[in-house]
Ligand binder design. Structure first.
Ligand SMILES: *Cc1c(COP(=O)(O)O)cnc(C)c1O
Length: 369
């Protein structure tokens, strides 16, 4: 049995360290909770090489608040990719804006920059690049487009902590960036957690107010925020885990390289194409195959867990029915959504398990090989 995702393998090996981290929070000292969260914010900003990190309760909240901090007019358009996780689009809607969905780049699973440029109108306030599955976009190119048109960039780094674009860390390119530490992410809490990264002290101050319902002091609320705090125990656990992140990412890259080698002779399996070495942290290892559903059943029957990320394009999500949105382009994204399947890639997988998974897939997709 090889589960699609496992935190237990990680937590087993860190059991003592994590118990110590939780135990070190002084329950008898009210101020200790705030300090524990601040310590994590400092460590995270340091890791991400950004001016500040503002911790919140989830990645979704991080994106909602980062977008609200732009002070754009209600209903303004925000461009993002049509292929991706629901929360990105939901955050745009929750922030009071109109999502505009554009296609993926040819041969890739992240936003096409030409399509993003074509989708800009006088109502566009921002673009939200999603480094999906851990793969960065060409952020220098996106910044040029955004600067040319005077629109903001808010990065969705939920799946790409530690990934680089042109040598620079994801999350350091935009006005702000939202991160998630939910249980499934590659720096995971035990339930939910998130943070907004920003280099702009004014935006950071706005975010600290926004996470407390926009309180500007003395119960005067100047912006519509959220009640969104990171649990201090999660902060303590995340602080203990953070120094391990680079090692985990290195192992994810090893596993990805092994899969890529194993599938090299199997033309029916399309592996993710990273444009530069450090541009991918393989939060997910997502392949494309001709008959995804049949392969998934074949793997399930043999005790190998998979996940289809993501079968429904965002503009098609039933939850958005009745909400204003614009589907700008989606032809390539629809093909991707029909063919993708994500396979296990957590750092604690053994090489043997990676080979078993590869062999089970290859012999199904190409039995004559
Ligand atoms: C997980 C995720 C989010 C939302 O984060 P939560 O912490 O679950 O709210 C947003 N965007 C992407 C791309 C994600 O993968």
């Amino acid at each position: 049995m090889i589960p699609f995702h496992s935190n237990s393998r990680q937590h087993e090996s860190l059991a003592r360290e994590l118990a110590d981290a939780v135990g070190s929070v002084d329950l008898a000292d009210d101020a200790a909770f705030g300090r524990t969260v601040e310590r994590f914010e400092d460590a995270l900003a340091d890791y991400c090489q950004t001016g500040s990190a503002v911790a919140v309760a989830s990645g979704t909240d991080a994106l909602v608040l980062a977008l609200r901090a732009l002070d754009a007019p209600p209903g303004a358009e925000v461009i993002t990719c049509d292929f991706g996780f629901y929360a990105t689009a939901a955050a745009i809607v929750m922030a009071g804006f109109t999502p505009v969905f554009v296609d993926v780049a040819p041969g890739r699973m992240v936003m096409d920059l030409d399509a993003a440029r074509d989708a800009i109108t006088p109502r566009t306030a921002a673009v939200v690049p999603v480094h999906l599955f851990g793969e960065t976009l060409d952020m220098a190119a996106l910044r040029r487009i955004a600067d040319e048109h005077g629109i903001a960039v808010v990065e969705d780094v939920a799946q790409a902590l530690g990934a680089r674009s042109g040598g620079r860390l994801a999350g350091s390119f935009g006005t702000a960036a939202g991160i998630s530490f939910n249980w499934s992410k590659h720096l995971s809490s035990f339930s939910n957690g998130g943070a907004v990264l920003t280099d702009d002290p004014e935006i950071a101050a706005r975010l600290r107010s926004l996470r407390g319902h926009g309180n500007a002091g003395g119960f005067r609320h100047t912006r519509m925020g959220l009640n969104s705090r990171l649990n201090p125990f999660e902060a303590a656990l995340l602080t203990a885990k953070l120094p391990h992140l680079d090692g985990w990412i290195a192992r994810r890259r090893d596993i990805a390289a092994r899969y890529t080698r194993n599938f090299a002779a199997c033309a029916g399996v399309v592996t993710p194409a990273a444009t530069e070495t450090e541009a991918h942290v393989y939060h997910k290892f997502t392949i494309r195959v001709p008959d995804r559903d049949a392969l998934r059943k074949h793997l399930t029957d043999r005790g190998i867990g998979t996940l289809v990320c993501y079968p429904v394009l965002l503009h098609d999500q039933p939850a958005f029915e009745g909400h204003p949105l614009r589907a700008h382009s989606s032809a390539r994204a629809a093909e991707v959504a029909a063919e993708v399947i994500s396979i296990p890639v957590y750092p604690e997988l053994t090489d043997h398990e990676v080979d078993v998974i590869s062999e089970t897939i290859a012999s199904f997709v190409q039995p004559d090989l």
